[in-house]
Design a binder for this molecule. Structure first.
Ligand SMILES: NC(=O)c1ccc[n+]([C@@H]2O[C@H](COP(=O)([O-])OP(=O)(O)OC[C@H]3O[C@@H](n4cnc5c(N)ncnc54)[C@H](O)[C@@H]3O)[C@@H](O)[C@H]2O)c1
Ligand SMILES: [Zn+2]
Length: 433
């Protein structure tokens, strides 16, 4: 899929790719079976982890209430910070330790609750400090030495796919940088996806988290092909291995599902078919990107979120300024896919066709996928570029500096990407339409 002019061919090409996924239960009513499911692990004390907004829907307590009939004691912790920080994760770990020990964890919520549960699980089963496990170069990049407890992940947003990934994302406040922990042991034991739980997801959250699904699918579909990497030794293998035949299948299917459901789920949140299709699209895209990886839009999203000024998005907690993850990912996506187009024109055109079947192609074909994206973003009320969330031309250099720190993600880009390339992408993204 790549041209040798765009990426240096490895001396010893990779011939192996990997695929990992949790056990999965999907469907209306699936969340009523968690008590039974956990009883199969022989656990006695379970902590249900959520944020205050999701707690207000009553779902986490309902999940906890199922445990008693199986002889399991369950308690709800609703102190998750929306878009976790290193500080909020340490507080959550301390709270879990103080009330523990726990035999298993259940995360009920979006990526914020699920990622917080991953951190709690890691830090209550393994020695050391949170910073030891955070990805290099921000943290120590240490691998957990001990097995983790069972973690059941129950998403209430349609977005991150965190229920099937090995990643825990956080903002390191002192460094103003978003980074994460990534290790196969962090992957939830069981993902329970019950689309009924996503009906209360507000329109603004549905739009932003839906753009996260879309970018997971598009970035993993256009990621550099796994054989263009240098061959790894078994101990060097990481969850992200580049696009490959299996991740392609998930990404393509996620794009088709989004095509039929995304606008409807945002504009008519009570449409059960649209909610269900979005939920399965999020899962499929998670299976794709969780194995293939993501690239420029996600690398750019980290400094956009980390360097936020005073933007307060509708339908999110108003106490602090934030650019929600999916929104921050989507804002540079049109310009990023214009840049990556020449690495694999056929994939970019196919993705646009899956998302918007039969849409007219412009004479400049590199503009086709960006046009399909901006038309969707306008319809679901995503802000018009990074300018609309508070950034100006003077912010481009610090944004580039932040994105360049995400080398783990940029390594998955299908083209070599320099600081000048990123500066051009941020500048083109100041105003999208
Ligand atoms: N681990 C991964 O693989 C991965 C991947 C992508 C993103 N992330 C991370 O996930 C986080 C974002 O997660 P998210 O987009 O799922 O949103 P979220 O968990 O941050 O939730 C967003 C808001 O929606 C509310 N909410 C969620 N579900 C609701 C429901 N059903 N009804 C009513 N309100 C509801 C929450 O209370 C919150 O205010 C970010 O920190 C991001 O970096 C993780
Ligand atoms: Zn994402």
């Amino acid at each position: 899929m790549t041209s040798p002019a765009l990426i240096t061919a490895p001396a010893n090409p990779e011939s192996v790719f990997t695929y990992g996924a949790p056990q999965l239960k999907f469907g209306s009513g699936a969340s009523d079976e968690i008590g039974y499911d956990l009883s199969q692990y022989g656990v006695k004390r379970v902590l249900v982890i959520t944020d205050a907004g999701v707690a207000a829907t009553g779902t986490p307590q309902r999940v906890a209430d199922q445990m008693a009939q199986f002889g399991i004691e369950a308690r709800v912790f609703d102190g998750v910070h929306v878009e976790p920080t290193d500080v909020s994760l340490r507080q959550a770990v301390d709270a879990a330790r103080a009330s523990g020990p726990w035999d298993a964890y259940v995360a009920v919520g979006g990526g914020s609750a699920i990622d917080t549960a991953k951190a709690i699980n890691l830090m209550t089963t393994n020695p050391g400090e949170l910073m030891d496990y955070i990805n290099l170069p921000v943290g120590g990049g240490k691998a957990p030495s001990q097995p983790l407890k069972p973690l059941v992940a129950v998403p209430t947003t349609t977005g991150t796919g965190s229920e099937s990934t090995t990643i825990c994302v956080m903002d390191v406040l002192a460094l103003k940088v978003k980074t994460g922990i990534s290790h196969a042991r962090l992957r939830p034991t069981l993902a329970v996806i019950d689309p009924d739980l996503t009906r209360t997801q507000p329109a603004g959250v549905t739009a932003s988290s839906g753009m996260d699904i879309l970018c997971h699918a598009l970035e993993s579909y256009t990621a550099r092909w796994y054989t263009t990497n240098e061959r790894k030794q078994p101990q060097q293998r990481v969850p992200y291995c580049g696009s490959n035949p299996i991740s392609d299948m998930w990404s393509e299917k996620a794009l088709s599902l989004l095509s039929g459901s995304f606008r409807t789920a945002v504009l008519h949140g009570d449409d059960d078919q649209a909610r269900s299709d979005m939920a399965i699209a999020a899962t499929f895209a998670g299976m794709g990107f969780g194995n293939a990886g993501v690239h420029i839009p996600h690398a750019n999203a980290y400094p956009i979120a980390g360097q936020v000024k005073d933007f307060r998005p509708k339908d999110y907690p108003a106490d602090e300024p934030m650019v929600p993850h999916g929104m921050s990912v989507s804002l540079t996506a049109p310009a990023a896919f214009r840049f990556t187009f020449q690495a694999s024109p056929e994939r970019h055109l196919r993705a646009a066709e899956l998302l918007s079947p039969g849409a007219d192609r412009p004479s400049d074909l590199s503009q086709h996928l960006p046009n399909v994206l901006t038309s969707l973003m306008r319809d679901i009320h995503i802000p018009n570029g990074i300018g609309a969330v508070g950034f100006g031309e003077g912010d481009v250099d610090p944004l580039v500096e932040g994105a360049l720190k995400q080398q783990r993600l940029l390594a998955t880009c299908p083209r070599e990407v320099t600081g000048e390339d990123l500066a051009a992408i941020f500048t083109q993204s100041l105003e999208l339409w």
